[in-house]
Design a protein around this ligand. Structure first.
Ligand SMILES: Nc1nc2c(ncn2[C@@H]2O[C@H](COP(=O)(O)OP(=O)(O)OP(=O)(O)O)[C@@H](O)[C@H]2O)c(=O)[nH]1
Ligand SMILES: [Mg+2]
Length: 300
């Protein structure tokens, strides 16, 4: 199956929401101001954000669109214009040995699953991957990561439940350096006693890593769940305060999500996009391509 088809299937429901929604809206109607207004409302409902929706409406008005295909073309071009510059270049990822990738996000967004899936991609070509199980808070978190490590043939450094997450991260980085591994991916907790604890812990992990390598973590990837809509914006804001986010991975685009939130986040923060999660299995992660994404969600 080629990548475009995989994207289309993965984004099946997102595309239904956007392009089928648009189809229903525009079907056989002459496009007038009223239609444009409905279109703007629909785009806002699809999570693209008010700014993007208004900009698009202006584009539609300026070009005096008359047909559905013109609208689809403007939308596709716009999505590519915004997202193309944000394609994350993964070739630069293995410049360090190990490259330390810290994975952040609030609870349940798909951090652990994404580490498994991305670990599989990074491990291709005999690259050696180790996971650091720094979510010591949630019962079962370590064993969940262990299952992934086994599945994709990665190593894992762990401690007991309740252990200090920063010390696990430290131990994992020491190990990865000693063994000259290519990637260290650190899983973190999504829920602690409260938000302040979560952010403090996250900060502590970073500080401890820097004791070993002043440039670590080399990447901080924030995982966002597409089904949570606009709250993704707040999550970026919160994590950005602690550490620069070098990449976003949006998950659950195979679910009921409207793909629009990726546009809203990108327009606002201009953070590179690493990959998109489209399912729970090991091959359900697609390295991000703006063109494929635009074509997949705008297919009619
Ligand atoms: N449909 C779908 N489900 C996903 C995707 N990514 C993760 N999930 C599911 O979402 C649930 C939560 O995923 P986890 O990887 O445990 O999320 P987490 O962020 O590590 O959660 P905490 O450790 O509790 O903070 C699991 O049931 C995953 O299988 C995706 O892209 N699509
Ligand atoms: Mg987890």
């Amino acid at each position: 199956m080629n990548i475009l088809n995989k994207f289309k299937i993965g984004l099946g429901k997102s595309s239904k929401n956007l392009s089928i929604g648009l189809n229903n809206l525009i079907f056989k109607k002459k496009i007038n101001d009223k239609t444009l207004e409905q279109l703007e409302d629909f785009l806002i409902e699809s999570d693209v954000g008010v700014e993007v929706a208004a900009e698009l409406r202006e584009k539609f008005s300026n070009t005096k669109v008359e047909s559905k295909s013109e609208i689809f073309k403007i939308l596709t071009d716009y999505i590519i214009e915004i997202l193309k510059p944000l394609e994350k270049n993964l070739n630069n990822l293995n410049k360090h040995k190990p490259s330390v990738i810290l994975v952040a996000g609030v609870n349940g967004v798909g951090k652990t699953t994404t580490i498994g899936k991305l670990g599989k991609i990074l491990g291709k070509g005999n690259q050696k991957v180790v996971f650091g199980a720094a979510d010591t808070f949630r019962a079962g978190a370590v064993s969940q990561l262990e299952v992934w490590a086994k599945k994709i043939n990665a190593q894992i450094i762990k401690s007991d439940e309740g252990a200090d997450p920063a010390s696990v991260a430290y131990k994992a980085l020491e190990y990865a350096r000693k063994k000259k591994l290519d990637y260290l991916m650190i899983d973190t907790a999504g829920r602690l006693q409260n938000k302040k604890n979560l952010m403090d812990e996250f900060k502590k992990i970073i500080n401890v890593l820097r004791k070993i390598d002043v440039n670590a973590p080399h990447e901080t990837f924030l995982i966002l769940d597409a089904t949570t809509g606009q709250s993704a914006i707040n999550q970026v804001e919160e994590f950005k305060k602690i550490s620069p986010i070098t990449g976003i991975i949006m998950t659950k685009l195979d679910g009921a999500a409207k793909g629009g939130i990726l546009l809203a986040v990108s327009k606002k923060f201009k953070i590179p996009i690493v990959a998109l999660g489209m399912g729970e299995k090991e091959d359900d992660l697609q390295i991000f391509s703006a063109r494929h994404f635009a074509n997949a969600i705008m297919t009619n």
